[in-house]
Each structure stands twice: as C-alpha cells, then as structure tokens.
Design a protein around this ligand. Structure first.
Ligand SMILES: [Zn+2]
Length: 154
C-alpha cells in the first residue's frame, strides 16, 4: 500500500484474535484465469482443511471452471504503514498463494493509526473511500490520510 499522511502513522488493520480483520480480495485462478464473480474474504486466524491434502490454509477456493482447489495463507503481517518514512510503497501483508492470484484489494474493515508527535490513537478508520479525515483533540489539528493506493500480487 501507498498513501500520503503527515499527521498519522502506524496505520494498520485492526486485527486481533478476538477481533480479526477480514481481508477482502478479487481472486483469479492461475490455471484457467477464471476470476471469482464475488469478492472473497478471510482472516489470518481461521484455518480450513484443504480437500485431498493434509494441509490447512486461511483461504480455500475450488475454481468452478477448472475445478482445481487453490489456497492462500497469510504468512506475515499485518505490518504497520509508517507514514513518516520516505513516502513510498510498503508491504503490509505477505501471503503464500497456491494456484491463485489476488488481483484487487478492498479495504472494507476497520483500521487504526497513531497521531504523529501525539499520543492520540485513532480507531475505526474507514479507508473504503480512499481517504480519511479526523481531528486530533490533543494536538488541536486536523488529521488526514490521502492518495491511498493498493497493490496486490508480485
Ligand atoms: Zn480455474
């Protein structure tokens, strides 16, 4: 992900075992290039058995076209986006994808961040519109996140 903010940092999804974040994607089969008609969501705590295998994964999908079973698991993250570092793209999530590719991400859960030079913590941040505005009471300043872009895949 990449964004612009001079007022908040350590942006990350609110993702705990008690309150898991559901990561929402568009998914494509790498065998037949069929794209799932709907958005798919999964979290990093729930695991599902992989049919015909002993393994487990956070996301198991049987492609309706080629009928192959594909899986994905979150292997690392979420890592907080540090807005104060040099602006640029930062990896917040790493996944092990087998036979599928995520082609689009929809940030439809709650995010949290910290105020820059402030002790304020912001929760319930909604990034679905691609920007977010609030007010840091302790600092007496407006805070914002803008120009959010998401990159998925390689
Ligand atoms: Zn397929």
């Amino acid at each position: 992900m990449m964004l612009t903010s001079k007022s908040v940092t350590a942006l990350q999804p609110t993702d705990t075992e008690e309150n898991p974040y559901f990561y929402t994607f568009r998914v494509q089969c790498t065998s037949c290039h069929e794209t799932h008609p709907n958005w798919v969501s999964f979290n990093r705590f729930d695991v599902h058995e992989i049919p015909g295998s002993r393994g487990e994964a956070n996301f198991v999908w049987k492609c309706r076209l080629c009928t192959k079973t594909h899986t994905a698991s979150i292997t690392s993250g979420p890592k907080a986006y540090e807005a104060q570092e040099k602006q640029g793209s930062q990896n917040i999530l790493e996944m092990d994808c087998r036979g599928l590719e995520f082609i689009e991400f929809k940030p439809d859960g709650e995010w949290e961040a910290k105020g820059v030079d402030s002790t304020t913590t912001f929760t319930g941040i909604d990034l679905i519109e691609g920007e977010w505005y609030d007010y840091d009471e302790k600092k007496g300043e407006e805070v914002s996140i803008k120009e959010i872009t998401w990159t998925v895949g390689r």
